[in-house]
Design a protein around this ligand. Sequence first.
Ligand code: PLP
Length: 407
Amino acid sequence: MNLSSRIIDAKESITLKINEKINKITMSGQHVYNMTAGQLPFKPSPEFIHILERQLNFLKSYQYSPNAGFGALRKKLIGHIQEKRDFDYSSIEGEYDCVISNGSKHTIYNILGALVDPGDEVVLLTPYWVSYPEMIKFWGGVAVEVRSHTFDNFTPPIDEIENAIGDKTKVIILNSPNNPAGIHYNDEWMKEFAKMLKKHPGVTVISDELYSEISYFDPRPTFFYQYDTSLLSQTVIVDGISKTFACTGLRIGYCFGNKELMKAITKLQSQTTSGPNSLVQRALIDFDFNLLHNFFDPVKQQLRSCAQITREKFKNHGLSHCWYQTTAGFYYFLDFSRMPFFEKYNVEEGKDKSEEIVQDILEQTGVALVPGAGFGHPNCARMSMTIELAPFEEAMERLVSFMAKKS
Ligand code: PLP
């Protein structure tokens, strides 16, 4: 079969490979602490399930939705984001709309498809969500990376972002709170970013805010356009139900932005997937989003406890200097290159051994992580904090004591 060069060049998801390995080890009878998940290990709120069940009785739940999603839901989502972020689209120049898609991955893919021509540059801040570079490549764009480090809490300097902007720059992707770092860029950073962006009116920012509600350590995340709402004219806000509703399998994501761009996205969507799942959209129209607070408070409590355990384990094993404070989202990003055990791998400057190290950790401690190279940082790994507290503590003890040993 002659496959297209586009698909031959695409990388397979790294989580697939590690999951194969986990299955093998579990089949052999060994216990695995699976810390690779990007989702919550339980069902959505009972109220939402009840509304979904009720919607099963209506014919419209089984038929095509409009290409951009149901008008009533789009209107509700626009109202919700305006209230949450405290701005009003009607007071900003231009017209704005919302498009609902089959998950926010699909949303971002659509936005890039509507904006990026072959050769256009898209600025990415490391560490980044694994799918961004692949989606950029798929549309013929070129990813330009701006790096961050553990010691600056994975927050890239604004002047380096500005230096990365050139004649070919079409888009900057921001993801705060961040997957995989588990931090959000602070208020000061967002203010500076707003000032910098104001100088580049031709650049569109995709603000991926999928984890905005999952902040468990004050101060809460803010967003650059809140400091200068005129920047909303060059911003596309992305959100979805996967993480905050515990509904990764229901596949609903959405975006808000300039009406012309939303129309372009709708055109693309109309010729690819059509409108998203009608049943789930109709349930979302009826669901009271305020109920999410009750549902999510215990999750935040759990994430806070996991972050606390992480800090203690690093401290107890003499690795406090390698630790950083996470604030939001599900993850902690481990930088192996700063840990004592890294020495034995003899890694040459600029080379990556994260896959090999993650395999060793899995075999020797039973802890499964996601190798970090796909997130734009060699010799790192993503650790998910969505498992129960007791196994989390056991897993951290095994993991940190392993990393603290030189041989
Ligand atoms: N954006 C970020 C930062 C993510 O972590 C994910 C999923 O893990 C997505 C987008 C896509 O989520 P979904 O397509 O489930 O809405």
